[in-house]
Design a protein around this ligand. Structure first.
Ligand code: AMP
Length: 112
């Protein structure tokens, strides 16, 4: 079971901000911005590189959910960033696909 599957199963506590049948969103335990929320599929996909065409609708739902949460967090008009880290150089540390929603301050580019 992945760390995020344990959060989905309520075996590990998290500050959950949204849930539906397919997705769960909760605040990152080590926030990198005033708003830093992770949107995860309940069904674990290790990383985006391992997603298959059958996952397309679920991947779309993750993005739409993140955009909806950005609105409810009040950062949609000021701007926000969605990030998917993949593999070692990409900064992936949890092997359960997740979309980072970051906002609430001006974000630098490119990432370091
Ligand atoms: P990544 O580095 O893209 O794999 O992102 C994993 C993220 O999960 C990091 O930003 C961590 O701070 C976050 N994280 C790790 N453990 C937890 C947890 N128990 N609850 C919430 N966020 C977590």
């Amino acid at each position: 079971m992945t760390l995020f599957e344990k959060i989905v199963a309520r075996e590990i506590p998290a500050d959950i901000v949204f849930e539906d049948g397919d997705c769960l969103a909760f605040r990152d335990i080590s926030p990198k911005a005033p708003v830093h929320i992770l949107v995860v599929p309940k069904r674990a996909i290790p990383r985006v590189a391992e997603a298959v065409p059958e996952d397309a609708a679920l991947l779309g739902r993750l993005l739409l959910t993140a955009a909806r949460i950005a609105k409810s967090e009040g950062i949609s008009d000021s701007g926000f960033r969605l990030v998917v880290n993949n593999g070692g150089d990409g900064g992936e540390t949890v092997t359960h696909l997740h979309v980072h929603l970051l906002g609430g301050r001006a974000l630098g580019w490119p990432p370091g």
